[in-house]
Write a protein that binds this ligand. Structure first.
Ligand SMILES: [Zn+2]
Ligand SMILES: [Zn+2]
Length: 278
């Protein structure tokens, strides 16, 4: 079994209205690309900030910039007009767990992907003049990584999620930013422990291979730590185009086999089961 769940039906660009992308024809393009690549389990997980209802959760300027579409129209489209699993990528927003829980509980997802794109109000991977950025405050890389992984742990412990996405997203910029001086495993540990306590899966994402860092999320040491701890592993590409579905899965599957992963997560109505990898 191969899966791709953390998938977006459109690019993160302006002028990507739902009437153009939330269509049976577009879903079919994704389904065809998945079939070509042997991906049997296909889901979609649109960004929460694309929906107007997300502003009931948080009012960050970057969310206000994007929130235009109706989340219930999206859910109805996926359920009624496609054969895709229904998910959402719901950023963790510290202090807004109750509002996020209300948003998520009001809809019947197959899976909820949790991501940390913000450490408090500061963006991790979104540059822009209108909002604060984690790298813009003069903190050391060690401090930034520590706070990022503490937030990932907090996100996992919220119990809101089925999968923690791109778990070491903080490395996205690669050598364009400083790397921590200390062994990053000290930062990974609390996050892995939180995920284990709650029983949430860790995503292995090939999206990192398309980003400046040029490697899988998570790094090999973080993946090994997760596997040693017995965390369930979910496989996705974070595609924003049909061509990105299953992107470089050969590399991901080879890495997973090297670290001893034999099964990956399959989700349906927020219930997880394990299926053989490959
Ligand atoms: Zn993300
Ligand atoms: Zn995503």
């Amino acid at each position: 079994m191969l899966t791709d769940y953390h998938v977006h039906l459109r690019p993160d660009d302006d002028d990507t209205p739902p009437e153009r992308y939330f269509t049976p024809a577009n879903a079919e393009r994704y389904r065809e690309a998945a079939e070509e690549r042997g991906i049997a389990e296909l889901g979609v997980a649109e960004h929460i900030h694309r929906f107007t209802q997300s502003l009931e959760v948080w009012q960050h300027p970057w969310w206000r910039k994007w929130a235009r579409d109706d989340v219930d129209d999206y859910c109805a489209f996926v359920r009624e007009e496609t054969d895709l699993r229904l998910g959402i990528e719901a950023d963790f927003v510290a202090g807004r767990e109750g509002r996020l829980a209300s948003f998520l509980e009001a809809r019947e997802w197959d899976f909820v992907v949790g991501s940390v794109h913000f450490v408090r109000d500061a963006a991790v991977d979104l540059e822009g003049p209108e909002w604060e950025h984690v790298w813009g405050r003069g903190d050391s890389a060690d401090r930034i990584w520590q706070r990022y992984f503490e937030t990932l742990a907090e996100a996992a412990r919220s119990g809101l999620y089925d999968v923690m996405a791109h778990p070491d997203l903080v490395k996205v910029w690669g050598n364009a930013r400083a790397w921590p001086e200390r062994d990053p495993r000290r930062y990974y540990e609390p996050a892995v422990e939180a995920m284990l306590d709650v029983g949430v899966a860790m995503e292995v994402s090939t999206a990192g291979l398309r980003k400046p860092v040029g490697e899988l999320y998570p790094s090999r040491p973080l993946l090994e730590m997760a596997v040693d701890a017995g965390l369930p592993i979910a496989l996705s590409s974070d595609a924003h185009l049909p061509e990105q579905l299953g992107y470089r899965y050969e590399a991901a599957v080879a890495t997973l086999q090297q670290v001893g992963v034999k099964e990956i997560c399959v989700f349906e109505r927020r219930t997880r089961r394990m299926e053989p990898l490959g």
